[in-house]
Design a binder for this molecule. Structure first.
Ligand SMILES: Cc1cc2nc3c(=O)[nH]c(=O)nc-3n(C[C@H](O)[C@H](O)[C@H](O)COP(=O)(O)OP(=O)(O)OC[C@H]3O[C@@H](n4cnc5c(N)ncnc54)[C@H](O)[C@@H]3O)c2cc1C
Ligand code: SF4
Ligand code: SF4
Length: 940
């Protein structure tokens, strides 16, 4: 069956205008940036749509579908776009369900929830964890993928061994059929009168029913014999239902990849969260031993059993992950304890004993602590995008990525694959869910090279054929057929059963508009390959979207980190066609911290901004660079702050400065709601003249304090606290001359000016052993000077400085001096930590928490989302106050949930943002201030 004739190009704008008129202007987009961002998912393909609809209600979905059917326009539902098969891109309308992301109902006792499809799996599980529950299926993309995509792909993951795939955990679905009508798809008893009624009302259900009856023998004969399958339509599940006496409709729709109907809701079944878990990492010396050990390990009834072959270990870098050089394969095994009677430590000992009978490359690692366990999983979960680091040209290509064989034959499969790819001289990573016999095979190829392209086509056919013929397996365990496997579905099941699939599709989607080209298609898998993108550095995995605060608020791919990579690296990019999105990034760097492929989207955006420096910001920063005059100006403002900082005056200032602020950004303003810190009439450098080196740059102390702008200009006690803490640790710091580290300047595109200040800083910080910082952004910027001066004469000095930059929390943690501490209050105070993005990007995450945990009188609470951006990001809260407040709302809720009375952090912008967002419900302090208080209390 082929895709229907597509819309004519001259109708493209009409589609968006029609939809705007029906659904609402704010929910429909068709500008260049949006269409570019939505042209990709995590697959190897590209298709540019004509319009994107961000649906918010069932009526939006039905109206879009009705319109698409009337005009024969393909409609592709989309959730997070993390599928690896090209199933969330299309040439017509993309219907993004991300904004429908609520939990509608949760029944703790009966363990089920009614949810909307836009919710991210990790977010759902975080919420469920509060009730001790969990949604079992766990694709490795769980931090970013959404329930709609999981349902439509019948996703599963490492823990399928215990919890099954999505199809095993869904009780009901609300499905919008091609007619625009809604179907409550659940398992109806065959004697239920409602079932008979449904068959009467919905013609496709009637057709399906007849096919199941007429071809029961064929369906039974063609049933895959392996433990996992997501290939084709799940007529087998429906047949099982009939045998149990029910018409099990969710079985048809789960795994149908948006080709039969669109989901607005699902009722999912939940499981109890295990009381304790053990994760074991075992490095085998010989691959054969893995095959032998697997059945023995399965006797422990593990919840997960994962393998990574030798090539995979080489490709991800053995030293980096502590993997022995002679390991031929690594197994990850997880055991759960559901009740107190299960002794995981005893099981760990038994497992170690069994494994030691084989030649191991090192002793098994047994982890019980959640943080340590997460660490063991980290490399495995980010495997695919990590492979992007391997070579600038050869990229991991998903085209035989998801085969299933009988579990006991997995090492035979691995041996076959290693030989096959060695014959082709192609590096390949083989890993996957060994307990289910499900292997992910990711060869690294340069598809722009004709030779490699041929190897891909050859591998596609040969490997799939071998999996089916020699192993009796399936070509698709969990990723879905999409575009990549559609060509092979017929070979997998044979023409007769395939014909049934075609009849099902035609019956549910007679006009062929529902995600055409997916699952049921005779187009070759090489159609629509995105050759240009496959030569770039981004894996399009969307891991960055999961942490991007802008995406969190807008839930639209054109307002996301991954989307921005696509836009700013697109050949048709221009500042004019993309200004809206290029100026929307906070430069929080969360994407850079999260990206397994080593891409820095924020840097690419800064590069683009540097091509168009903001004029107004240039005037401000040039004034700022005249340090003496600027400081006098601030002192003047400080003197009259009690007047201009009154609510009425602030409203007036907001109004009067609006035209001027517009020069910075359309959305920029000085909101009266912004809780500003007190400006200092005597700035930090005035208060500590004894610390300022006189007569030249020669260092007097081994330690310099780079206070940056905020600690100098604000009278908020942060700079004083850093100095007091340093003194307590025996360091009398110098305050050498310094200019703004450069973060805000670069944010507005003024790279030359940022470099000018950076050169001053490089010179004045040169003679110190340690350059201590208190501000998160200064810490990162100073550490990033080597990038700022890449390829320039200053680079060596920048590298030398970067090594010596030490955040105050690192300084304290490394200090041999342990000053006495005491508590100021008689009762314990709950303190949470907000981990500023720039400090995380600088790699400082553990030290501030360790300090807080060690403070007397403090009950440290790890708040949810501690590592998420709060939306301050330098001057963003001025540049776009409204969005910054939408971002901080999530943080406010997290703090409230933690019960913290004090939130500690390290960044002046975060402090302003948190104070503005919290409106006094919790106090906000710098980590150094809390330390100083503890030292002072001990002195009293
Ligand atoms: C790094 C990485 C690791 C991965 N690991 C795994 C893994 O371990 N296991 C696994 O199974 N998969 C894995 N995947 C693949 C992918 O993440 C999953 O299939 C995921 O469930 C897709 O969800 P999504 O929200 O991204 O859906 P999308 O990619 O947006 O869509 C997937 C399909 O669902 C359809 N769809 C979306 N919403 C709806 C709706 N409301 N109604 C009807 N159809 C809809 C789309 O049309 C499309 O066909 C991985 C991907 C990456 C990048
Ligand atoms: S930038 Fe990195 S995290 Fe984001 S989509 Fe690309 S590879 Fe994935
Ligand atoms: S820097 Fe922050 S806002 Fe910008 S793309 Fe990255 S995560 Fe998103």
């Amino acid at each position: 069956m082929t895709a229907p004739t597509l819309i004519l190009p001259d109708r493209s704008h009409a589609i968006a205008s029609d939809l705007r008129a029906t659904i609402g202007a704010d929910k429909v987009k068709d500008d260049y940036s949006t269409l570019t961002a939505y042209a990709v998912d995590a697959s190897i393909y590209r298709m540019t749509p004509k319009a994107v609809v961000l649906v918010e209600t069932e009526e939006d979905i039905a109206a879009t579908v009705r319109y698409a059917v009337q005009r024969s326009i393909p409609v592709t539902p989309r959730a997070a776009g993390t599928n690896l098969t090209g199933s969330a891109i299309g040439s017509g309308i993309i219907l993004d369900i991300s904004r429908m992301n609520r939990i509608l109902e949760l029944n703790r006792e009966e363990r089920w929830a009614r949810i909307q499809p836009g919710i991210v799996l990790a977010e759902l599980n975080k919420r469920l964890a509060r009730d001790g529950l969990l949604f079992g299926p766990d694709p490795s993309s769980g931090e970013m993928c959404k329930l709609g995509g999981m349902l439509a792909n019948n996703s599963s993951g490492p823990h399928t061994l215990r919890y099954g795939a999505v199809k095993d955990n869904v009780a009901a679905l609300r499905v919008c059929l091609q007619s625009g009508e809604w179907l409550n798809a659940k398992a109806y008893g065959l004697d239920d009168p409602f079932c008979a009624e449904l068959l009467k009302v919905h013609r496709p259900l009637h057709d399906l029913w007849s096919l199941l009856q007429d071809y029961a023998a064929l369906i039974s004969q063609k049933r895959p014999t392996v433990s996992k399958n997501s290939c084709g339509y799940n007529l087998f599940g429906l047949a099982d239902g009939l045998a149990r006496g029910c018409f099990d409709l969710p079985k048809l729709f789960v795994g149908s990849e948006g080709t039969l109907g669109l989901f607005s809701e699902a009722t999912i079944t939940l499981v109890e969260k295990p009381r304790a878990t053990l994760t074991a990492l075992i490095h085998f010396h010989r691959l054969e031993d893995v095959g032998d050990a697997v059945p023995k390990l399965l006797e422990f009834r593990p919840s997960a059993l994962e393998v990574m072959d030798a090539n995979t270990l080489n490709l991800i870098g053995r030293p980096k992950h502590g993997i022995p050089a002679d390991a031929a394969a690594t197994l990850l095994v997880e055991l759960d304890a559901d009740d107190a009677g299960i002794d995981l430590r005893a099981q760990a000992e038994r497992m170690t004993e069994i494994c030691r009978r084989y030649r191991l490359a090192s002793d098994p690692v047994m982890a019980f602590d959640p943080e340590q366990r997460d660490q063991l999983w980290k490399a495995r979960k980010a495997l695919y995008p990590t492979l992007y680091r391997f070579d600038p040209k050869k990229k991991p290509i998903n085209f035989v990525d998801d085969v299933v064989v009988p579990a006991e034959r997995i090492s035979e499969l691995i041996r076959y694959l290693e030989e096959f790819f060695a014959g082709q001289r192609v590096p390949v990573a083989i890993f996957g869910h060994i307990g289910n016999g499900n292997a992910h095979i990711i060869p690294l190829l340069d598809v722009n090279n004709q030779d490699d392209f041929q190897k891909m086509v050859q591998g596609y056919h040969e490997i799939h054929q071998t999996v089916l013929g020699r192993f009796g397996g399936s070509i698709c365990g969990e990723h879905g057929d999409g575009r990549v496997r559609a060509e092979y579905v017929k070979t997998m099941f044979g023409p007769e059963l395939y014909n049934l699939f075609v009849r099902v599709k035609q019956s549910f989607d007679p006009s062929g508009v529902l995600n055409p080209g997916i699952k049921i298609s005779d187009k070759p898998f090489t159609d629509h390959i995105d050759y240009e993108r496959l030569s770039k550095s981004c894996a399009t995995c969307a891991k960055c979207n999961a942490v991007c605060p802008v995406y969190d608020v807008f839930q639209s791919e054109d307002m996301s980190s991954r989307g921005w990579f696509e836009i700013v690296t697109d050949k048709n990019y221009s500042y004019l066609n993309s200004k809206r999105v290029v100026e929307a990034c906070l430069n929080c760097k969360s994407c850079r911290t999260a990206c397994p492929a080593g891409v820095d989207v924020s840097q690419l955006i800064l590069d683009r901004r540097a091509e168009h420096p903001n004029k107004m910001a240039g005037l401000i920063f040039r004034f700022h660079a005249q340090t003496a005059r600027f400081e006098q100006f601030l002192k003047l403002l400080a003197r009259y702050q009690s007047i201009w900082d009154r609510p009425l005056m602030r409203r007036l200032i907001d109004r009067v400065t609006k035209p001027f602020m517009r020069g910075l950004a359309e959305t920029a303003r000085l909101s009266p709601q912004l809780v500003l810190p007190r400006l200092a009439t005597r700035q930090l450098r005035d208060r500590y003249p004894e610390l300022i080196p006189q007569g030249g740059p020669a260092a007097r102390s081994p330690v310099a304090y780079f206070h940056g702008c905020a600690a100098n200009y604000f009278d908020d006690g942060v700079g004083d606290a850093v100095i007091a803490v340093l003194r307590k640790h025996g360091a009398e710091p110098d305050l050498p001359p310094q200019r703004c580290s450069g973060t805000p300047i670069e944010t507005y595109g003024h790279r030359a000016l940022a470099k000018e200040g950076a050169r001053v800083n490089l010179a004045s910080m040169a003679g110190y052993d340690k350059v201590v910082t208190g501000c998160a952004s200064c810490t990162l910027m100073l550490k990033d000077y080597p990038t700022l001066f890449a390829g320039e004469p200053e680079q060596a000095a920048a590298q030398a400085l970067a090594k010596r930059v030490t955040h105050i929390s690192e300084f304290v943690s490394q200090s041999p001096v342990k000053p006495a501490m005491a508590s100021q209050q008689p009762t314990k105070c709950k303190v949470a930590y907000h981990s500023s993005c720039h400090l995380r990007a600088a790699g400082v995450t553990k030290e501030p928490r360790a300090i807080l945990r060690g403070l007397p009188g403090v009950e440290y609470v790890e708040m949810p989302d501690a590592d998420r951006c709060a939306g301050g990001a330098g001057t963003y809260l001025v540049k776009d106050f409204e969005t910054s407040q939408r971002i901080v709302e999530r943080k406010r809720q997290a703090i409230e949930q933690s019960g913290a009375e004090i939130v500690a952090t390290s960044c002046p912008a975060c402090m302003i943002q948190l104070r503005t967002g919290l409106q006094g419900t919790a106090e906000v302090k710098h980590v150094a201030q809390l330390l100083q208080e503890a030292y002072d209390a001990a002195d009293r």
